[in-house]
Ligand binder design. Structure first.
Ligand code: FAD
Length: 389
């Protein structure tokens, strides 16, 4: 078992750490007020190799492993949780497009993802429910040489800021379930697309909302992979993004925790720094422990992925445990700051609002536990059957 970083990974970590400390952390709270992602900042990160570094070199990435991507995401999210959506989406969507879109679409779009020039979003959730994602009702009807799309996707991250979307639409019958769902690459400036933005609790510069398709015409080569393979494609990608999301959340919580340790050595009560009181320091010690445990699950997932080993169970563990732990830790940090912690002047309230979204986004804790239970019960059932033979 290997817990140390390579020289290359240490170099990435340092570049990302420095960028986050100098360019991101000082304006984390100010950036929330702008309501939009800073495109110059994205390009700066792209130029430093901090966006989609895991994408292959032939399409502008650096071809590094998933663990390296996680290391970069962690450093960026420590400085600004919201900005790290760029890293997570570039890795998730960039790889999905690279693996399944036509060579023309790949060469036009993926290098621009790695340069930090474009955002590719995900259109999976529908108004009638996101957990049962295979139950898609947005239709893609065959028309001549292409498809016509009608319906509504909702809750899409970067709804009104993304440049393109991977859209999951039904090409088969409802009875076919997941096997009737296909994936399409959709540039967002096509006629027939309108977007809205929700009034979200957090992640305000990212934005989330609905995307409406009104007789959107797509050419045949917008289809990614083959008809009916779309749902399975995205599910495989989610194992990766779930670990990265876990890392995003841990990093934000670690930022709050580091600030809180410092505060406890400066703030005095009853004639001593509050760090002296175990009632103050033990919850923070527990928080360090929990964050470390969550971090290890996330990196274990990435390491398994890099070695081509199954990691669906670990990814599901990372996705429910890390955001939940992060929310609990940030809440504790807010409380440890006393009345001041409850003001909008400190970042803990923002981190709490921001991180909470990813307890839901990409699948809730209940759905993650269903995946873990299904994998475990399935394995036990197989072992039982083998033992009985
Ligand atoms: C910040 C954020 C970003 C997002 N980004 C995107 C995006 O980019 N693209 C996209 O397509 N979607 C996105 N989503 C949507 C997200 O994936 C869905 O919200 C999520 O999958 C849950 O779907 P739902 O909200 O419709 O809840 P529902 O499916 O209606 O579920 C409601 C509640 O019931 C529980 N539940 C449902 N079924 C079961 C069951 N079988 N057992 C136990 N409990 C169950 C759920 O856990 C949940 O608590 C995002 C959401 C958020 C909050």
């Amino acid at each position: 078992m290997q817990f140390s970083l390579t020289d290359e990974q240490n170099a990435f970590k340092e570049t990302a750490r420095k960028f986050a400390a100098d360019r991101l952390a000082p304006d984390y709270m100010k950036r929330e007020e702008t309501g939009n992602i800073d495109r110059d900042l994205m390009r700066e990160m792209g130029a430093l190799g901090l966006v989609g570094p895991d994408l292959p070199e032939e399409v502008g990435g650096l071809g590094v492993d998933s663990v390296s991507s996680g290391i970069i995401t962690e450093q960026i999210a420590y400085g600004d949780f919201n900005v790290s959506y760029i890293q997570m989406l570039a890795s998730l969507m960039g790889n999905l497009v690279y693996s399944h879109a036509t060579p023309e679409i790949v060469s036009e779009w993926v290098p621009r993802v790695a340069k930090g020039e474009v955002i590719i979003g995900l259109g999976l959730t529908e108004p009638r429910g996101g957990s049962d994602a295979a139950n898609a009702s947005v239709r893609a009807e065959k028309s001549g040489n292409g498809y016509i799309i009608n319906g509504e996707k909702t809750s899409a991250t970067f709804s009104d800021q993304m440049d393109a979307m991977v859209l999951f639409a039904r090409t088969g019958t409802p009875e076919e379930g997941a096997r009737g769902v296909s994936a399409f690459f959709v540039p967002m400036d096509e006629p027939g697309i309108t977007t809205t933005r929700f009034r979200d609790v957090g992640t305000k510069m990212i934005g989330r909302g609905s995307v409406f398709f009104d007789n959107l015409k797509l050419p045949a080569d917008a289809l990614m992979g083959t008809e009916g393979s779309g749902f399975l494609q995205v599910m495989r990608g989610f194992d990766y993004s779930r670990a990265l999301i876990g890392i995003q959340c841990i990093a934000a919580a670690q930022a709050s925790l580091d600030e809180t340790w410092k505060y406890t050595t400066e703030r005095e009560a009853f004639g001593a720094p509050i760090a002296q009181y175990q009632g103050v320091s033990f919850p923070l010690a527990e928080a360090e422990t929990m964050l470390n445990a969550a971090r290890l699950i996330c990196y274990q997932t990435l390491d398994l992925r890099d070695r081509g080993l199954p990691h669906t169970t670990e990814a599901a563990m990372a996705k429910w445990f890390a955001p939940k732990t992060a929310v609990d830790v940030i809440h504790q940090c807010l409380l440890t700051h006393g009345h001041y912690g409850y003001t909008m002047d400190l970042p803990h309230q923002q981190r709490l609002r921001d991180v909470m979204g990813l307890e839901i986004g990409d699948g809730t804790a209940q759905i993650m536990k269903l995946i873990i239970a299904r994998e475990k019960a399935g394995t036990i059932a197989v072992q039982h059957a083998v033992a009985k033979k």
